[in-house]
Design a binder for this molecule. Sequence first.
Ligand code: RET
Length: 297
Amino acid sequence: MPNFENYLEYGYWQFDVIRHIFALTVAAFLAGLVYFALTIENVAPRYRLSNVISAVVMVSAALEIFQLWLLWNRSFEFQAATQTWTRVEGMIFSNGYRYANWSIDVPMLLTQLLVVLGFSGRAFWSNWGKFTLAGLLMIWTGYVGQYYEPAVAGFSDTQAVAPFWIWGGVSTVFYVYILWLVYTVTHRPPERLSDQVSTEFGRIWILLLCAWTLYPLAYLVPAVWVSDEAVVVRQVLFTTADITSKLVFGIMLSRAARHRSIEEGYGPSLAVAGEIYPDRVERPQRAGGSDRPAPAE
Ligand code: RET
């Protein structure tokens, strides 16, 4: 069986917390989908692909977590006598669906970053190629490694422990390379950025660093702690990582795109510029062209 979740029994709240956070994630991604669809016209056409990509990420991730929610509910049954949840014979819970989903979302999220930074032509494709290749290799090597976690958690005498560490280590090499590349593109962008937008990209880099690092930590949980509570911690780590790396990241990028659009004088962005650039908000023209406030009605 692929994951250590299948070898454990769950107390009532441990089981419940996990299904609740799956439901929370699906709800958050569907809400995100509405946000990205409704705000697409607030940014200049050159940045709109970022909103489209966020919407694609929301749909694929919501489907994947819904699938995990279904699987979690079907894989365990409640034992009234012991008040615990035990595995249903023949059912297997698997985090492998997460890795399948990352194969879509990791290349998408990194593409989105390049779009809002303003990469185009050869520079775009060269970075895109490096991100996509390194991203897929990071995920797929980690995917192989996680099959060995039952041995690492002490549930299998026949399986080897070393592949968990070797594949996890190889995956980490690609991860560090991606982090370095993200640092480079966000700190040496192809176009001159205002101080405001540069600061935002600095924050986006820190968010990415923190959010993405939660994934390898979740991978490591069975090596350091084996109990139903450890499973709760691992699923909370995955959930926090998912919501921040896909949804919060997308929102931060859409704001950076809007601020760039405002600075470029794009009309619809100027109309919603209020909170950051109050001096740039487009005011509706009043008859007579007076600057005085309209009389109270
Ligand atoms: C693995 C295996 C262990 C070593 C490392 C890993 C890194 C995973 C990461 C995943 C990022 C996923 C994202 C998904 C968004 O949809 C594969 C767990 C380093 C960084 C951003």
